[in-house]
Design a protein. Structure first.
Length: 210
């Protein structure tokens, strides 16, 4: 139940992280101009510039196009096109695209759910330091009751300030999942997560203080 709820929270809280992949000076210039239009919400001007750069192999442009089609920014939402652009960028090492692909295959967005592909893409993003991918990877291991690997990824995510990971580590110590029960250690992690505004952690602290 905890795993399911936190997976949904994480997927709903997507943020963009881009990997440094460039095809050339022209593509970089097109990307910068197109990204500027995108950020100012002038999607009609952004789309052709980013598409030209993306077709030349510019990974960041491909990633932004994936987001444009995923969210329907100036175009109709098209998860198939989003996945196609994310796949190109992800194969080139773009960490943001790798994370989104993990989410797409995990949740069956435009494709049948594929846990193996989801795990693979989350792993690629997690290895590059994407904190939400690290949390999701930990949750996958947790669901399989592989608490050693789960804790390893939770810690990596928590070290980057991910309050979801910090809360789950608290849960592991609270209930002795892969570690010895330790209420004080659980409290410590709940406090760290609560300081970042994590509501479940605040609830746990109130329960402990009763």
């Amino acid at each position: 139940m905890i795993v399911k709820s936190f997976l949904s929270i994480v997927i709903a809280s997507i943020v963009i992280f881009s990997a440094p992949a460039f095809a050339g000076k022209k593509e970089l210039a097109l990307y910068k101009q197109g990204k500027g239009y995108y950020e100012s919400k002038d999607y009609k001007k952004a789309l052709p510039l980013l598409t030209e750069a993306a077709n030349s192999g510019h990974a960041k442009s491909q990633s932004v196009l994936g987001t444009i089609y995923r969210l329907g920014r100036g175009v109709e939402k098209d998860i198939v096109k989003a996945r196609q652009w994310y796949s190109k960028a992800g194969e080139a090492g773009d960490v943001s695209s790798q994370f989104y692909l993990g989410a797409i295959y995990s949740n069956g967005l435009g494709v049948p759910p594929d846990p193996i592909k989801a795990f693979d893409w989350y792993s690629k993003a997690a290895d590059q330091g994407h904190s939400i991918a690290q949390l999701n990877l930990g949750l996958i291991y947790w669901k399989e009751k592989d608490y050693t690997n789960a804790l390893d990824w939770f810690l990596k995510s928590a070290e980057q300030g991910n309050d979801g990971a910090q809360f789950v580590i608290g849960e592991m110590y609270m209930y002795g999942m892969g570690v010895e029960k330790n209420q004080e250690e659980a409290r410590r992690w709940y406090m760290i997560a609560a300081e970042k505004g994590n509501a479940p952690a605040r609830t746990r602290l109130k329960e402990l203080d009763k």
